[in-house]
Design a protein around this ligand. Structure first.
Ligand code: IPD
Ligand code: CA
Ligand code: CA
Length: 261
């Protein structure tokens, strides 16, 4: 039987709201930030508690679905899998820079069927189900109509171990050398949601993880945009090197980024 995507979207939204409550609680109450891999790669109580609240809620609702979360990894088994970043933009959260979100997606294999990105601080809820369009707080959104790369506003991000990924800096150098404004907001799920909403024309990043992008990829596609890897090949959740755009600037941007290994 085909899954009821609208009902699953409601569950994903309810899960995201649990995380938002936890984000807000810790912003008000205070939290501790610890380093994970490098000094700037942070985790707080809000990351951990939001993931565990979402995992428990979705496991009760759908015991036959698998779950992948950033903090606790994989649990369960099933044809369908929730893919969750309980707090995307932890560095922003830790500095009280209000650009962070929770990302909840449901996928079957590599295909995302439901995507929710909730900007906790601004209470902006981005939602999509496959084939049903993308929405911001219930209003349909579409990618921008910008045709020319040089008139674009773009966003990117860098891995925590950027010193080991000199190509990331080279991509950035090339694009800003063209005089194109590039932002680094610091939450990949929101970067993708902003492409979907037409607030930016394109976004690229290397070495992301499935939880950073699963929901956002569906938002962009359902808003009429295009998502590939950085060489123009089909995007895969298993190797999230990503270029997402309004479609019109996709090829010109791929050309500018070409020739970097
Ligand atoms: C990070 C953010 C950031 C991106 C990093 C991600 P986190 O996720 O999405 O924008 O540049 O690569 O790891 O650690 O805040 O969940
Ligand atoms: Ca993340
Ligand atoms: Ca995270």
């Amino acid at each position: 039987m085909a899954p009821d995507l609208d009902a699953l979207l409601e569950d994903a939204i309810a899960a995201a709201r649990l995380a938002q409550g936890i984000h807000r609680y810790y912003q008000a109450r205070g939290f501790t930030a610890e380093s994970k891999t490098v000094l700037s790669d942070l985790v707080t109580e809000a990351d951990r508690e939001a993931e565990s609240a979402i995992r428990d809620f979705l496991a009760r609702r759908h015991p036959d679905f698998a779950f992948l979360g950033e903090e606790e990894g994989e649990s369960g088994q099933g044809e369908y899998r929730w893919i969750v970043d309980p707090l995307d933009g932890t560095v922003n959260f830790a500095h009280r820079f209000p650009m962070y979100a929770v990302s909840v997606a449901l996928a079957r294999g590599d295909e995302v069927l439901v995507g929710v990105v909730l900007d906790s601080a601004h209470d902006e809820l981005f939602t999509a189900v496959r084939g049903g369009g993308a929405y911001l707080n219930g209003t349909r959104i579409r990618v921008s109509e910008t045709q020319e790369l040089k008139r674009s506003l773009l966003a990117t991000g860098f891995p925590y171990d950027v010193e080991r990924v000199p190509e990331a800096v080279e991509y950035f150098r090339r694009v800003i050398s063209l005089g194109i404004p590039v932002r680094r907001p610091g939450a990949a799920a929101l970067d993708l949601a902003y492409v979907a909403a037409g607030r930016i024309d394109g976004f690229w990043e290397m070495k992301l993880n499935p939880w950073d992008v699963a929901a956002g990829v569906l938002l962009v596609e359902e808003a009429g945009g295009r998502v590939t890897d950085l060489k123009g090949h089909p995007f895969s959740l298993e190797k999230p090197f990503i270029l997402a755009s309004n479609g019109s600037i996709h090829e010109p941007l791929l050309r500018e980024l070409s020739g970097i290994p």
